[in-house]
Write a protein of this length. Structure first.
Length: 296
């Protein structure tokens, strides 16, 4: 059961949000605060008492400390609660994502949309607590990116790989590249559970989009879409072992094979053995001849 904090300086909006949250059977406790300073006091009191706080449903435009600044303070915590922004303004979605917000709801909040946000909170909390991992569709998220005064929504599942550009990263999809303000190390930690792995200090790759692992001249590369990306020596073993773990043979026997296929993953080539071939080898028919005939 979830423990959440609702923060909004508009009393009617705060009461409505708190009511809807309390109606959700997945939420056990809702604490309300009418300003960010009060929310900080509530948070400090809960930490001192050893109580947990799973998520904060937070307005953005508030007097004094606004929601974005409040979220920046939360990033200093060792284990900050999940943040869901609830606002009447649609021009802060990119900033909210860059601060690590899990979701972004627009007022007036629809109960169905709030229920979806709570589901996402529950998935994130279960993952943080080491609970059963949900499937990839549950872990998918939407990344808002700015394009010439417009905000485009990019699904994480469409991202092939990510390149670091200082304090920014460029998301590469089959449709193009998108720049967002976020250090690669932060994004790597955030997307690790979704199957993104570091192959280089400046490159993060979606493992599900890797189609080939090559070793040439002692150096490793991976094929991702139309790009051949280098793997640093530091990350080569990690990438190789992850691909082995992800690979599974089809247990159904091939019709032209007299022997059943093995279900054990076959090891990928060692870097010192020369170039590899695309994908793990699939066992074919046995090369052994027919058994010897008995003498009459």
């Amino acid at each position: 059961m979830l423990h959440v904090l609702a923060v909004d300086d508009e009393v009617p909006a705060l009461e409505e949000l708190a009511y809807l949250l309390r109606e959700d059977p997945r939420i056990e406790q809702v604490t309300a605060a009418s300003e960010a300073a009060q929310a900080l006091r509530n948070l400090s009191r809960m930490l001192v008492a050893g109580q947990r706080l799973d998520a904060i449903f937070l307005d953005i435009r508030m007097p004094g400390l606004d929601g974005l600044d409040f979220s920046r303070l939360l990033m200093e915590f060792a284990a900050p609660p999940v943040v869901v922004f609830v606002t009447a303004h649609d021009d802060c979605a990119v900033s909210a994502y860059e601060l690590g917000a899990l979701d972004y709801l627009l007022k007036p909040v629809r109960p169905q949309r709030l229920a979806e946000a709570v589901r996402r909170v529950q998935v994130a909390v279960n993952r943080k607590d080491g609970g059963p991992a949900p499937d990839e569709t549950e872990l998918d998220e939407v990344i808002p990116v700015e394009l010439g005064g417009r905000t485009r929504l990019v699904m994480r599942s469409t991202v092939l790989y990510v390149e670091a550009h200082g304090d920014y990263v460029r998301l590469h999809t089959s449709e193009g590249g998108y720049l967002i303000r976020m250090p690669l190390v932060v994004l790597a930690r955030r997307w690790e559970a979704a199957g993104f792995i570091r192959i280089h200090r400046s490159t993060l790759v979606s493992a599900r989009h890797i189609t080939e692992l090559r070793f040439e001249g002692g150096r490793a590369t991976v094929q991702v879409g139309d790009e051949l990306l280098p793997v640093s020596r530091r990350h080569t073993r990690e990438v190789r072992d992850l691909l082995v773990r992800r690979f599974r043979f089809d247990p159904r026997p091939r019709p032209d094979s007299p022997l059943p296929q093995t279900s054990r993953p076959q090891p990928l080539p060692d870097p010192s053995s020369g170039p590899s071939v695309p994908g793990p080898p699939v066992p074919g028919p046995s090369s052994a001849g027919p058994p010897p005939r008995e003498a009459p």
